[in-house]
Ligand binder design. Structure first.
Ligand code: NDP
Length: 483
């Protein structure tokens, strides 16, 4: 979708779209090229300069975003179906993504006319107005795990701020983003303001990150690609927002409500097949409750219904691709070799719906030590590691013993422990007696190697706006060189 039109890619090439649950190729998407990215950036620049959106009344932008949200709600069932086929996630979770996408747009619709500048008197009898301006042309590169929902974390605040966008979705999951771009146009987002170019990371992602006319680049994905994107942006000396992976600790203290904590631990790791940047993938469990807690967690993991994702009863679907399945299974093998104990899960039996597609069962690895690779590296699948601790200090130290800092959880009935965790856990997000919700009203993002800048909340607007200071003399100009 470039300049308000569905166009063929310059090379005419397409990419096959696979249903992860069956392996069936059920669609083709355009394989965008560097020329297509350039075409989209030029359309975005032209629309930004023309001011049809960038200088529109913020209230108008809000109304259009609201209409866009309404269109997403009206098409929710079709979009959820598409998301499920494209990503392999259960239909109930795809529905939650689509409703979440509408909520994100509604939030930024409301925020559009709340983005204010500042004024102040400054020394020298001057008066300053500090204007908040849209940052310009924004490039956005989004992942395959929450294709439309995490995409909306990027495009909604950018559109709210008055920017023009070129978004490259993951080649594995582009369908709902293409559909959303058409809905945006119909809702009144002017041509050229919201461009979507599909394609591979190499042919479309890298050219977008490297493009000299992209003012801000926002990326969600893995650390390896994030580093490449940042290098490209360093060469251009242009700002970048990164939301990368995590290895998030979920701490269960001995005074926690074990039923709720085990439910939260299971939900924290197994939601979306564990393909979740903030997955609670490292459980840290206090010694006094360790055996009871782990037994309950295993019961819960084994009870999760791993079914074809369009089956209404499905609670876990298929992994995104054969390559990703190999990566996840490989990590579990490495964990066992390093000394971890496989308590449940692993590859499913080769029967029924498991004979096609990319399936892996909810997996619990116990006796995991901080030096194990499965404790340190992001697996991004339905695999949780469990590590025992004794003292609270030890729990905090273990939680922080990773290069990542995206999210963390703590389960306890003690206010002191909860407060201590909220202060001492090195992470951009902390859940207390809770795990996973990411309401759009509050910022989401990481510290350490999990990235910088924030999605969601009013903070996301910081990425997509710049400050311009205007200094007004309130008295006649005082000649420095008095002659
Ligand atoms: P990537 O980080 O490679 O993909 C994220 C996005 O970047 C996709 O749109 C991808 O396109 C694009 N991309 C790929 N290469 C480049 C490049 N050189 N320049 C610019 N953009 C590029 O994720 P993967 O799919 O490879 O997954 C690898 C790992 O990353 C996962 O196993 C997981 O650990 C982590 N990950 C984390 C996510 C998160 O939410 N934080 C989301 C996804 C992955 P394309 O898909 O078309 O290649």
């Amino acid at each position: 979708m470039i300049d308000g039109r569905v166009v063929s890619p310059s090379t005419g090439a397409t990419l096959p779209v696979e249903d992860p649950a069956t392996g069936e190729i059920f669609a083709q998407i355009p394989a965008g090229s560097p020329e297509d990215i350039d075409r989209a950036v030029r359309a975005a620049r032209a629309s930004f300069t023309a001011g049809t959106w960038s200088r529109a009344d913020p209230a108008h932008r809000g109304r259009v975003l609201w209409a866009f949200a309404r269109a997403i709600r009206d098409e929710a069932e079709a979009l959820a179906w598409l998301e499920t086929r494209d990503s392999g996630k259960p239909i109930a979770e795809a529905r939650a993504d689509i409703v979440g996408t509408a909520e994100i747009l509604e939030y930024y619709a409301g925020l559009a006319s709340q983005v204010f500048g500042q004024t102040t008197r400054v020394p020298g009898n001057s008066f300053a107005t500090v204007i908040r301006e849209p940052a310009g042309v924004v490039g956005q590169i989004t992942p395959w795990n929450f294709p439309l929902y995490v995409g909306a974390w990027k495009f909604a605040p950018a559109l709210c701020s008055g920017c023009s966008v070129v978004l490259k979705p993951s080649e594995l999951t582009s369908l709902t983003m293409l559909a959303a771009a058409e809905l945006a146009l119909a809702a009144g987002v002017p041509p050229g303001v919201f461009n979507v170019v599909c394609g591979t990371g190499a042919e479309a992602g890298a050219p977008l990150a490297e493009h000299r006319d992209v003012d801000v680049l926002a990326f969600t994905g893995g650390a390896v690609t994030g580093r490449k994107v940042l290098h490209a942006r360093a060469d251009r000396l242009r700002p970048t927002q990164l939301e990368l992976g995590g290895k998030s600790p979920n701490i269960v203290f001995d005074d926690a409500d074990l039923e709720r904590a085990s439910a939260g631990a299971a939900f924290g790791i197994f939601y979306n097949q564990g393909e979740n940047c903030n997955a609670g993938s490292r459980l840290l469990v206090q010694a006094g409750i360790y055996e009871r807690f782990v037994a309950r967690l295993v019961e819960r993991a084994q009870a999760i219904r791993v079914l074809p994702p369009l089956d209404e009863r499905s609670q876990m679907g298929a992994l995104i691709s054969a390559a990703h399945l190999r990566k996840v299974a490989g990590y579990v093998d490495v964990g066992i070799l390093e000394g971890a104990t496989l308590l449940c899960g692993g590859p499913p039996p080769a029967e029924g719906h498991f004979t096609r597609g990319h399936w892996y069962l909810p997996t619990v690895l116990a006796d995991v030590k901080p030096e194990h690779r499965v404790f340190q590296e992001e697996i991004f699948g339905p695999v949780v590691t469990v590590t025992k601790f004794t003292e609270d200090d030890e729990a905090i130290a273990l939680a922080n013993a990773t290069e990542f800092g995206l999210a963390a959880g703590a389960w306890t009935s003690s206010v002191q422990r909860a407060l201590r965790c909220s202060q001492e856990l090195q992470s951009g997000y902390v859940w207390i007696n809770n795990y996973n919700p990411t309401p759009v009203e509050v910022p989401f993002g990481g510290v350490k190697s999990s990235g910088f800048g924030r999605d969601c909340g009013p903070q996301a607007v910081d990425t997509y706006t710049t400050w311009k200071t205007v200094l007004w003399a309130l008295s006649p100009f005082d000649d420095w060189y008095k002659q």
